[in-house]
Design a protein around this ligand. Sequence first.
Ligand code: UDP
Ligand code: MN
Length: 356
Amino acid sequence: MGEGREQNEAFVTLATNDTYALGCLVLGSSLRRVGTTRQLAVMVTSGVSQSMRQQLGGLFNQVVEVNVLDSSDTCNLELLGRPDLSVTFTKFHCWRLTQYQKCVFMDADTLVVQNVDELFDREELSAAPDAGWPDCFNSGVFVYVPSEQTYRNLLSFAVTGGSFDGGDQGLLNLYFNKWATEDIGKHLPFTFNVVSQAFYSYLPAFKQFYDNIKVVHFIGAVKPWHHAYNTASRTVTQLPGTGHSQQFLQMWWNIFMDSVQPNLDPQLYESSVVSQNLSCSGIAGDLANMSLERSGEDGAMRDDRERKLQWEQGQADYMGVDRFDNIKARLDEKIAQPTPSGSGKAPEDQPPPPSE
Ligand code: UDP
Ligand code: MN
């Protein structure tokens, strides 16, 4: 029985780009570290590079390419008209992994700190309460039973009903709408999906139950991989306003630096430079090349990227670095010294100057 379950049950995660794939690598490494006996599967879409797929293949038992529009049923036409639901639908593809009898889906921004194989003793749909609205479950960690029929039901439900939050969590809570009331066995303890901001909402409980925490979930727009890491002191620098616990961020980065970063293909960096892709997908390349940077990881380049991220999220530091005279000075500087033509490089991609 035991051996069968090891083959027939899997942890499943998802990445639609190289940046989220970094999260999958840390999640997968964290599962290996706690000695899971189950299979590891990662779903990827066309947005994940070949090089990154190879990295994933070294860690996961299965790398499955999924495509929203390959579901070969009548929902496809309606789906085409709802591009907003595309990532949501991609997550639902996990129900199609029918080579497994039972699975645990985990978001790419989760981290396992203690073995959670006992989750496979639970039934569909088991999940932990959402910290923001505990009558809903959080869809970052859930136990489910793969089934083409459920997949199709979810699709038609989504197309006809829609989600109340625009994402998979709203949809899944409407679909599995008895979760809150029917069977307490389907309520996973909160320790199986602790939001990284939990200390903020209930510090005494956080301290009391800290040792029981099994899974940490970095919800929100700013993920651990967006933070700067100082290789000299081996510490992560918290970004203001995200609320992620420093301790949890450090855990994520410890695993990233120990198990993931040393194996990252520097080609990720090359491709991000060549394509001048300075948005999120460039992060994977930056991080792949950390060791080559030698020093100054917490220097100008990283500061710049952090700032850009905050800016993109509407968190411009209007009183500080982003105040108008600084922006103007920067513009003036750019106008006065045009970048050499043909270099194809933006400032963020240039190696930082050697420091001390
Ligand atoms: N995801 C992805 N690409 C995206 C957005 C989301 O691959 O652009 C996947 C990834 O597995 C992620 C999950 O969908 O963990 C849910 O999104 P996210 O974790 O960002 O949502 P949150 O937990 O912050 O609500
Ligand atoms: Mn998440």
